[in-house]
Design a protein around this ligand. Structure first.
Ligand code: ACM
Length: 265
């Protein structure tokens, strides 16, 4: 199974341009599953609720979902991509999954980062896991990585590949994903963006270095900090089903949940 990331530098507010850029990067890529960055179609550095209200789209139904479905069909690929999702009065920082047959689902970011709390409603669903044929995939968005419960939950629910659309501004995630994958024995694709956004008196620099990490914590592919690129790696997703560390230790079998009650309070 070929899994990968699409790393690029979206332009704030220019949805058509960002969709075109993503499509150009994906075009001709041989992959079963590609992950795009968080808010890949709109950009990240929002300055008002009205602004993101105007950019948010329904999923399915909006032009971003329709365009991704067309790209997935043409390139015979599953896509996971971050976008602002409107649902009634609410706006979520979401990631959608589309298959070559069309829209599958939306995951709404559970752990909102910094000023996202001003613009978005917190995710209202559980961490989702979907069977896409060659394997089961889980979805989380950027800052969710900071909470080990996110990836643990996805892994306990059977995810073999964790799809991780991101707009990383701190330098820790790529290294931390080594441990997240090792402690859950799952693969992960962290798709980050590049560039700097300057809006009014605010500025954010994104750290690139999108990454594919394997079940043993090896980095299979890592992009540069500034390059726009697609990175793909051929994996055996069955490796993520084997939680046996040695003849005496099974990573999930050896868990002692009765000693962990405090983390569920
Ligand atoms: C982040 O969650 N975009 C840092």
């Amino acid at each position: 199974m070929k899994i990968g990331y699409v790393q690029f530098n979206p332009t704030f507010g220019d949805v058509e341009r960002n969709l075109d850029r993503a499509e150009a990067l994906i075009e001709g890529t041989k992959a079963d599953l590609l992950v795009l960055p968080e808010l890949f179609n709109t950009g990240y550095l929002i300055t008002s609720k009205e602004e993101i209200g105007a950019l948010a789209e329904e999923a399915p139904g909006g032009k971003t979902t329709q365009r991704l479905a067309a790209i997935a069909k043409k390139n015979h690929v599953h896509l996971v991509a971050g976008m602002a999702e409107r649902s009634g009065e609410k706006i979520f920082n979401a990631a959608i999954l589309v298959s070559p047959k069309g829209y599958v689902a939306s995951y709404r970011k559970v752990h909102l980062f910094f000023e996202e709390k001003l613009w978005f409603d917190p995710g209202d669903g559980e961490f989702p896991v979907y069977d896409i044929g060659p394997c089961r995939v889980g979805i989380m968005v950027c800052f969710d990585w900071f909470f080990p419960e996110s990836m643990r939950t996805l892994s306990l629910k059977g995810a073999q590949v964790v799809c991780h659309p991101s707009n990383l501004v701190l330098p820790y995630c790529q290294t931390a994903m080594v441990t997240r994958c090792l402690e859950n024995r799952v693969f992960a694709v962290t798709a980050n963006r590049t560039g700097t956004e300057q809006r009014g008196d605010k500025s954010l620099h994104y750290t690139g270095k999108s990454q594919i990490t394997d079940t043993a914590g090896n980095i299979l592919s890592r992009a540069g900090e500034d390059e726009e690129c697609v990175g793909v790696f051929d994996i055996d997703p069955a490796k993520a089903l084997d939680k046996q560390l040695n003849p005496h230790n099974n990573l999930f079998g050896d868990r002692r949940p009765s000693f962990y009650k405090d983390i569920c309070r």
